[in-house]
Write a protein that binds this ligand. Structure first.
Ligand SMILES: *Cc1c(COP(=O)(O)O)cnc(C)c1O
Length: 385
């Protein structure tokens, strides 16, 4: 008997539901991308500020590679904390306006490591219905009780907070800019509620870091909530163009995580070149002032154009613009139609988004010229008819 028969059956089932995905190989950089020798305008990249190939970022990475070698050689608590890690954590804490920062191997690892250190079996997590998979996995790992509040709905959050047993710790978790909807959480209301009911708060700023807030600090800082949000999570792999995750927090919380977060303790420190590219990206952003503002202005024009043509862009307020199509097959067919016109836009389907809300996800970057955007908006409107 073939012990892998079930795998073929599982894959066939995914295929029938239009849910089977496959890996493609991509070439090129910035706003354009090459697949099989053809060039596409790329609306699927999280390289929001075009920093992944920025000459200053590349040269910073190279400098750290030459000075410190290819790898950190051990986990951070053993001998894997090198001067670049200390430098980066200092820069991130300063940018975010917190007492400390801690860098993880990735944003995914950061979320799983933090949540499972903050709460345990007898505790409670209240999370927005649409939070990222890495947050969900962190909660599962913690074994805390998990209740979801309706997306961006503080009233429902309050109902759940009221129902929460008084014993045990409570954690409220949300994203600031949502990755699939591009909308923005009502952070001031959420933070006030958490404080009123004695809960800790954690905000995932994966898509806000580098784009929103003063100097790209994110929305916690834009709203002035640094003193009230316990955990400000971010990633080095989206607007910063590289790889790795981090949190900004109090000195005490950082110390706890260094001792408790298994996703931090039992894995090798980030390579010096990767840390160097993050430092290079932070320096480019600082010199440029607020590059995210330019991106957000372009996104607003683009979004208005789609809306005026009757497309449903949900509540997008960011560089991430969904176009709701509903049906999985329709989303895939629309993405294919755009591809034939030279535009690469992801068809996002369940389980990444709720059933019946398949969509195109357009992410705009500073590598898209205004002419490119003007042309693409017309093509997208046409393809969605
Ligand atoms: C991408 C993402 C992460 C994970 O970050 P990586 O650095 O890519 O592992 C976490 N949270 C959100 C909301 C994300 O979009």
């Amino acid at each position: 008997m073939n012990s892998e028969e079930w795998i073929d059956e599982e894959l066939a089932r995914l295929g029938q539901k239009w849910l089977k995905r496959r890996l493609l190989v991509f070439g090129g950089a910035g706003g354009k991308i090459k697949i099989d020798g053809r060039t596409f305008l790329n609306f699927s990249s999280n390289d929001y500020l075009g920093l992944s190939h920025h000459p200053e970022v590349v040269s910073a990475s190279r400098r750290y590679l030459e000075s410190y070698g290819c790898g950190a050689t051990a986990s951070r608590l053993v001998t894997g904390t090198l001067p670049p890690h200390v430098e980066l954590e200092g820069a991130l804490a300063a940018l975010k306006g917190y007492g400390a920062a801690l860098v993880f191997g990735s944003g995914f690892l950061a979320n799983t490591g933090i949540i499972s250190s903050l709460v345990g079996r007898c505790d409670h997590v209240l999370g927005d219905k649409l939070v990222h998979a890495s947050i969900i996995d962190g909660i599962a790992l913690s074994r805390a009780t998990f209740k979801r509040f309706r997306h961006n709905d503080p009233e429902h959050l309050e109902t759940l907070l009221k129902q929460c047993p008084t014993s045990g710790r409570k954690l409220v978790v949300t994203e600031s800019v949502f990755s699939m909807d591009g909308d923005i959480a009502p952070l001031p209301e959420i933070v006030s509620l958490a404080a009123r009911y004695g809960a800790m708060t954690m905000v995932d700023e994966a898509h806000a870091t580098g784009v929103f807030g003063p100097g790209g600090a994110g929305l916690i800082r834009e709203y002035g909530l640094e003193d009230r949000v316990n955990v400000s999570m971010g990633t080095l792999s989206k607007a910063l163009g590289g790889y790795g995750g981090f949190i900004a927090c109090s000195v005490a919380l950082r110390e706890l995580l260094v001792n408790r977060a298994r996703a931090f303790i039992y894995t090798t420190g980030l390579p010096p070149s990767v840390v160097g590219s993050a430092l290079g990206a932070l320096s480019v952003i600082e010199k440029a002032g607020n590059p995210g503002t330019r991106l957000l202005d372009r996104a607003a024009v683009f979004r208005k154009r789609l809306e005026a043509a009757g497309l449903d862009v949900l509540n997008s307020k960011s560089q991430i613009i969904p176009v709701l199509l509903g049906d999985n097959g329709r989303a895939l067919a629309t993405a294919e139609r755009l591809k034939s016109r030279g535009i690469l836009a992801a068809a996002i389907r369940p389980p990444t988004v709720p059933e019946g809300t398949a969509r195109l996800r357009l992410s705009l970057t500073l590598d898209h010229g205004e002419d490119d955007l003007e042309w693409a908006a017309g093509e997208i409107i046409e393809a969605c008819r």
